[in-house]
Every structure is written in C-alpha cells, then in structure tokens.
Design a protein around this ligand. Structure first.
Ligand code: ZN
Length: 449
C-alpha cells in the first residue's frame, strides 16, 4: 500500500527517510504561518500551496491529517503599521488574516486547517517562559528574558552545526545583555504604545520563537509527525523552537522537518523590506490562481524557483492544455453517459509513487502530462471503450484534486444532447449535408464525438 511506502527528506537528519507516523493512520502536521501585518507575496505562498498538497496527498492515500498553521498577530511590524494607519493592532491583524484566508481559498487550499493566534495563547506562553527560567534555560538581563543556548547540549542540531561555527557564520547584533550572541529573546519588557501583557517578568510581549512550541504542545499534546516551513525560517526560528523543546521536553518537536526552498526574483531574494516583491493577490489577478499553483507545483519543493514572467506564461499554456483535455474528455463522457450510461474505476499508481517519494510534485505533473497525452489519443480512437475513458477521467480528476487544482466545468445542456441525437438521426437517414452542419455545431460546443 502506497501509504506505507512514503519517503520524506527530513531536514533534521538530512536524509530521505521512510515515513512512520506516531499514530497509525493519523498524521499531525504544523506549518509556521504568517505575521499578519501585510499581504503575502508569491514566495510566502509557496509553503501554503506545498503543504496543502502534502495534506491532500496524505489524505488521499488514507491518513487522517490534522494540520495547524499559526497567525503571528502580535509583532513590532503590526504595531508600526497600526500607528501608520492610525488604527488598532487588532484591526491590522484582522484585515490581513482575512486577506490571507481569501487568497488561500482562491489558490485552492482546503479550509479545515486550524489557525491558532498568539494573542489567544499568551497565558500558556508566559507559563512556558516561566518554566524555562525556573529550569535555568532562560535568564533575565536588562529588561528582557533570553533563552540560554548553551544550557542545552545540542543547539545547532537542525542547522547541522555546532554553536561556535553558527556564531562565526551568523550576522550577529551586538547586545551587551546577552550571555551568548545566539541567545534569543523570549520576553520583551516594554513601555511603548503597543499591546502588552502583565507577566512575572514585567509588562511586555513574547518574542517570536516561543509561540509555535507552545501551540504545538497545547493542540497536539506532545511530539508531532511533521513540522514544516520555508527554508528561510530554518535558522534561527526552527532551531530556536527545537532548543526550547529540548530544554523542557527533551524532544525535537517533530519527527520529520520539511523545508521548502525560496522563490527568487531575477536571481535575488524577495523581501518586503527590500521592496522587490510580487504580491500573491496581484499575480492571481493577472493569471488565474490555478496557474500560479500549477507553476509552484511544477517545481520540486526543495528547488529554488527563479520567478519570471516567461515561466508564468509557459505555466499558463501548459495549464490551459490540461484544462482543455479535461474539458474534452469530461464532455465526451458526459454525453456518452447521458446517452448510454457508464461506470468508473481509478488507476493512478505512477502518480502516487512520485508523490510518495518526498512529495515530488514536479514528477507527478509529468505523469499527469502522460495521462493527458493518452487521453487526447484515446478521445480520437473510435474503438476505445467508454469504461476505459471513465477510468481516464477519474484518474485525471484525482490527480488534479491531490494537486489542489480545480477545473470549473459547465454541465452539458439538454439542447446540446438534443443536437447530438439529431446528428445521429441525420446520419442514419444518410442526410449528410444536415449531419455535417450539426457536427460543426457540436464541435464548436467543445464536444468530441
Ligand atoms: Zn514557528
């Protein structure tokens, strides 16, 4: 069974490993979500699309998947934006959560993902930091609370480096309050205008790295199967998540860590602070949302995508062909079924095998292309059976559904069925002029006879 043959490239071990979930037939999955102070750009959308596809695939092969992705709804950037727009932080985060969910729906993401928010988990975050202090994994210095990276044995386990080489490699700000430059803020005491909470360590706000560890523990109760996110948050964010979890629970949070590569623009990293970003909301207005999703999935998730309009145009053409084949086959069978009746059976082993081998959507799409070619040949084969075409359609639909790519199709109209019946009658009566006229009308309606 394909569900027992799945392999995942684990960023924690840097090895391709057989996937064994903690609970039989169930998968727990957490993907770090956006800080909601702005729209998301096309690079931010890559993990959203990819992990939704992973979820769809795991569900298709028989797992019950619980997927969680947080909203960071407290952050200096949100406070800054609220001041700029003369509104509240709540209104800013609410606005961009809504915008995020809207584009997610448009790009075909499922709506059963759990989205916890930081502001709803502050008590648990404070209690967690308190425990880190009491167990001497954290310390108070100046106004803030820091995590002591040298208090655990294996800081750097995810980056596959030791503390000393991380220190020499990282861009490190000088902060005289820290014992070690890699120590990170757990709690920031502040008197600024931004939202703050009372805590045993003074009124303030949590740092970014604690929320996911706390939410994972709250929702799943312990270690999970998959923790995902973009490569750009592997260090320090995910490294710091693991460090805190090692300190209190002596585990690495998740058995499998999956990181997707970036989407670059003209060979450069896209970043809101550099200003060289393309917003997802704009790209799905220029192209169909499905074209963007198809473009992303046409590349292996661990490969950097260098975005260009040329590639998008190519994706648009390829996607157009897939839709056209789907449309022709669907219409053909819809017509045959309304005339004769029919049944379906799925065959899609090759596709599932590609997906099972580290979620290789790029190769899975090549299998989809092969099926597309076969369908286009079959549709013109007079001797092909309807049940064989039904198989093709079911398989094609299942593949598209795992990729989260929806094709909108209008049902065949009764007038179109009547047209075909008239064509058949005209042919039987050997009224060929009439039959040719009718045939043209049928072809114009996109039906392959
Ligand atoms: Zn996180």
């Amino acid at each position: 069974m394909i569900k027992d043959e799945i392999k995942i490239y684990n960023s924690l071990t840097n090895h391709l490993e057989a996937f064994k979930p903690i609970k039989k037939d169930e998968v727990s999955m957490y993907v770090c979500g956006p800080t909601v102070y702005n729209h998301i750009h096309i690079g931010n959308a890559r993990p959203v699309i990819f992990f939704d596809t992973v979820k769809r695939f795991l569900e298709y092969v028989g797992y019950k998947v619980t997927m969680v992705s947080n909203f960071t709804d407290i952050d200096d950037k949100i406070i800054k934006k609220a001041l700029e727009e003369k509104t509240t932080e709540e209104q800013i985060s609410e606005k961009y959560i809504e915008a995020f969910l809207d584009v997610c729906e448009k790009i075909g993401c499922q709506d059963d993902i759990i989205h916890p928010r930081v502001t709803q988990n502050i008590d648990a975050i404070i209690a967690f930091i308190d425990r880190l202090l009491k167990t001497s994994h954290a310390y108070q210095s100046g106004d803030d609370v820091y995590f002591d990276v040298r208090s655990i044995k294996n800081y750097g386990i995810l980056s596959n480096q030791n503390i000393d080489s991380l220190e020499s490699g990282a861009r490190i700000e000088i902060n005289s309050h820290k014992k070690d430059p890699l120590d990170f803020t757990l709690w920031k005491k502040t008197q600024d205008v931004g939202k703050k909470w009372d805590s045993p360590f003074g009124a303030g706000r949590p740092g970014w790295h604690t929320e996911c560890v706390v939410m994972i523990k709250n929702i799943f109760g312990g270690k999970i199967d998959i923790h995902g996110g973009g490569n750009d948050i592997k260090f320090p964010h995910h490294e710091n998540e693991i460090a805190q979890s090692m300190a209190l629970y002596n585990d690495t949070i998740a058995n499998y860590w999956i990181h997707n590569a970036r989407i670059d623009l003209k060979g450069e990293k896209m970043s809101k602070s550099l200003g060289n970003v393309i917003w997802l909301k704009d790209i799905i207005n220029t192209y169909k949302p499905q074209v963007y999703r198809f473009f992303v999935l046409s590349n292996h998730y661990r490969q950097t995508i260098n975005y260009s309009e040329e590639f998008m145009e190519k994706a648009q053409i390829e996607w157009g062909k897939i839709v056209k084949t789907y449309y022709s086959l669907y219409r053909h069978l819809e017509l045959e079924n309304s005339l004769n009746g029919g049944s379906v059976l799925p065959i899609m082993d090759d596709f599932l095998k590609e997906m099972a081998y580290d979620f290789n959507t790029a190769n899975a799409i090549s299998v989809l292309y092969n099926l597309q070619k076969k369908i286009n040949v079959d549709l013109r084969d007079k001797n092909i059976s309807n049940s064989s075409l039904q198989n093709d359609l079911k398989t094609y639909q299942d593949m598209l559904s795992i990729l989260g790519l929806k094709v909108a199709i209008k049902p065949l109209l009764p007038s179109e069925i009547t047209l075909v019946k008239k064509w058949q009658e005209a042919r039987q009566a050997k009224n060929f002029v009439e039959a040719d006229l009718l045939r043209q009308k049928i072809t114009d309606a996109g039906i392959i006879l």
